[in-house]
Design a protein around this ligand. Sequence first.
Ligand SMILES: Cc1ncc(COP(=O)(O)O)c(C=O)c1O
Length: 296
Amino acid sequence: TCGSTEAMMAAMMTVTDPGDKVIVFSPFYENYGADAILSGAEPIYVPLYPPEFDFNPDELESAFKQHPKALILCNPSNPCGKVFTYNELKFIADLAEKYDTFVITDEVYEHIVYAPNRHVYFATLPGMWERTISCSSLSKTYSITGWRLGYIIAPPNIIEVAKKVHDFLTVGAAAPLQEAAVTGLRFGDEYYDDLREKYTEKRDLFIKGLNDIGIKHTVPQGAYYVMLDISEFGFESDLEFCDVLARDVGVGAVPGSSFFREPVNNLIRLHFAKKDETLYEALNRLSDIRKKIPKR
Ligand SMILES: Cc1ncc(COP(=O)(O)O)c(C=O)c1O
């Protein structure tokens, strides 16, 4: 597929008909909202509660009781950096079985997971292969976001339908790039260890810098995003805060409200998939943020 972006869209169109419901954890990667609109599905949002971004088991089961066709699982999560534990996944799997629901996974950060957290592929849980549509991408693992290469793994009966959707959506991803990417697919385990190590160093560097500045923030278990808590600045709008941050501090961030269904506007998302010198420069600019952005 053309990235996980197309994989997710094709997966949604494969398992849902207009009017079907799909469970989406909130905060969520923005595309899921658009995917639902484009496929005519209706999202049922289930909150993940900071700071650990846990779900409430009763709230999740209530969502399943509305007979959704599928649950969307972003693991590790963009934007909150959550890596679902085996027990959490098992709880979701039991509900998927009980309520006969598909699970569409978005696992683009499968190899960017920080110890001691561990990524568990949802499709490997007992009984889940038959009902899981696993979507992933080469974008993050091989740092080739512009190549637009992704894929879907699912049982043959589901793949048969997904192939038809894929054919009508894009026909295919660029063939020469698919051939070139085989080089990456042949890398040994050391490549993935090295990737994890590099991102762990970047995470630690960035988190330490934020700790030194003393701003409240999340600590990602996976992926490369940190959410800052901007409550202390007294802004009503996180969007306006991001404007001021870009203009007066020189650091770009995404307003957290774009990821939440709930009215959350005290979080902004930064990412650290950058050269070390860029991260140091960002931390340097943020170091006197309280002077540059006076409290309201
Ligand atoms: C959770 C998640 N899914 C999908 C994508 C898009 O990936 P791709 O480049 O494979 O379309 C991103 C990119 O930021 C992402 O964070």
